[in-house]
Design a protein around this ligand. Sequence first.
Ligand code: NAD
Length: 476
Amino acid sequence: MTVTNEPSFRKSVDLMFNRAVALMDLPPGLDEKIRVCNATYTVRFGVRLRGQIQTFVGYRSVHSEHMEPVKGGIRYATNVRQDEVEALAALMTYKCALVEVPFGGSKGGLCIDPRAYDDHELELITRRFAYELAKRDLINPSQNVPAPDMGTGEREMAWIADQYARMNTTDINARACVTGKPLNAGGIAGRVEATGRGVQCALQEFFRHPRDLAAANLSGTLDGKRVIVQGLGNVGYHAARFLSNEDGCLITGIIERDGALFNADGLDVDAVRSWLFQHGGVRGYPDARHVAEGAKVLEQECDILVPAALEGAIKLSNADRIQAPLIIEAANGPVTAGADDILRAKGTVIIPDMYANAGGVTVSYFEWVKNLSHIRFGRMQRRQEESRHKLLIDELERLSADPGVNWNLSLNFKEQYLRGAGELEIVNSGLDDTMRVAYQSMREVWHARDDINDLRTAAYLVAINKVAASYRAKGL
Ligand code: NAD
């Protein structure tokens, strides 16, 4: 079915879901049960600020409880609406199923411009929002576990965790009520950058499959590939930084709220990020051309386009002008259902959001497990692993000391081999494994059937099958 009018975000997700379901053989009615959002709670609360009571509107939506706790970020933005929160909650269900993270899907949002309030005011607002959700078990280690999203980060998660702990003084697992916390408040190494790191893992895995590369008219490795990123926030910044520093990509364009920067020779991602923090925007940055109408840079020629800011960035009105042969959806819902139709017809390969940005929820899962086990990953085995490696190195060095032997261990190898894995290495290994396995499950479906010609439909198929299997196991 071709989409001619731009649907809402929620409808866009439903259209993509329906496209996949049409290719499946689910028991009658199960597709509807999986598709609908179980419940959305709307809260309106007042906070006394600047001498008057200000009323805020927030949401927490639970899409599917086929597994509990349900999981999903809390977003602070002025355009937060029920429709958007429900769409994002649905995506969380499919995302968790696809990457085999044992959670149902949820999402929350507060209609607020966080830049309009100072730290103390934001803390008051966040604590009150957390109180309203926690008293209804919409924040709870075993039922509903939020995380950061657009406009929120470690600081807000620490306030939420503390608020929950104050309300549940005897809950030994209180810290597991929210993820994305700072390390000193029960967080985990690697969570801040996890979504961007996951985007990098996804691209690395894509580039391991020549057939998939050929589908996007690309070849070779990530080295030297031209990348345009929209949004230099948590996800966009880390993805761009890892791709340029570790894989040799050229970040030729960065699009922000106040326009875009373009430099065909590649931008210094850290320098742009510092400029953005200092000046509140990218305008005036010296080593690039500034384009006032930032969204136009989405249409520039490049190898990989990384929309990492907001939903609906690529839509009916600009999809046919997008030149990138490969789009990786670092943000949630950056390509509308209508644009998706146009891009598929053009042969653009899209690595879909439910997979591409799943690094965040994957490492959130590790953080939740860490909180429940009350011990840092690697604490028990790291030194034991090192001493076993030392045994082997000592033995090899003893053998190489023999005058008849003509080899030596390189210093670099020795240092790397002797170092046992700390929490960050373990987290990154788990993240990479998760992203690789999930990609392979998608591409298998993509290539196995003639009636599936895109990764998004394949991703939905894998995810819906897993959710359906959970429901069947429950006897539904
Ligand atoms: P963020 O608030 O840290 O960053 C968003 C960035 O986008 C900011 O730099 C902002 O200035 C920029 N931006 C806003 N409007 C823009 C516009 N119109 N044009 C260009 N730039 C604009 O948010 P984030 O956490 O990086 O989230 C970005 C996206 O990734 C969202 O869709 C979110 O749902 C998704 N996501 C985030 C996580 C996570 O762990 N943070 C996990 C999964 C998915």
